[in-house]
Structure formats: structure tokens, C-alpha cells
Ligand binder design. Sequence first.
Ligand code: CMP
Length: 131
Amino acid sequence: MEQTLFIIKPDGVKRHLVGEIIKRFENKNFNFIKLKMFAFDKDNATKFYYIHKDKSFFHELISFITSGEVVAAVIEGNNAIQATRLMVGSTNYVEAEPGSIRGDYALGLTSNIIHASDSKQNFEIESKIIF
Ligand code: CMP
């Protein structure tokens, strides 16, 4: 069994997609280990997205992720990291497959509904920042 983390971003919460997204992960048979709603402050957001600090989109990303409430979850299941990334879909909404969360709901590069850890190492770092 493996654990991973996802965050429903401010656009997903504002668009009332929390129930829909949680339902997809429950339907897939993941166990929910932790779940919380909160708002990132600038410090936490900068820590969370530190890996992107030198990217051109960093300031836009911090401003977006701190713009409202988010819902974060730690879930557990077989190959959770890879399976979750597939359910989330490509970062670029143009390439996100229909049937994936971003493929079905995202029409922006920064506002792309959901984040999911991309490795075990980043799951450890990210979940410590949030929980
Ligand atoms: P996320 O999976 O949360 O990881 C980094 C985030 O940066 C990404 O989703 C997008 O919301 C945002 N972002 C904005 N522009 C880009 C870009 N050009 N490439 C990748 N990520 C971007």
C-alpha cells in the first residue's frame, strides 16, 4: 500500500467540485487517511511550491493558490502515486485526457483544479507542510 496527497485548488473549491473529486477517489477504492480544508498563506505556499521558485509562472502560481480555500487529502491504495497522477491528468489542460479530472474540468494552466504529489519524496515533503 502506498500513500499520496492531492489538493483541490481554489478554482475547484469555488466551482463546487469537491464532492465530485472526492467521489472519484472513493470510487477507485482509495482509503482516505487525512482530509482538511484550509487556506494557504504566502509562506506555506512558497514552501509548498519551492521546487518552482525560479520558474516564470511562480508569482502567478502563489497568487492563485493563496486566493481561496483548498481541500487537501492523504489517500492510500495500490500504486497510489501513479494511479492518482493518471486520474488527475496532464498539467497542461490542452493535453489532459478526457476522463481525467483536469481533462474534464480544467481550461487553464495555472488554474488546473487539482495538485497531486509526483513522487514518494515529494509526498513526504508536501504532506509534512500541510498536515
Ligand atoms: P501543479 O501540479 O500544482 O504543479 C505546479 C503548478 O504550477 C501546476 O500544477 C500549475 O498549476 C502551475 N503552472 C502554471 N504555469 C505552468 C507551466 N507553464 N508549467 C507547469 N506548471 C504551471
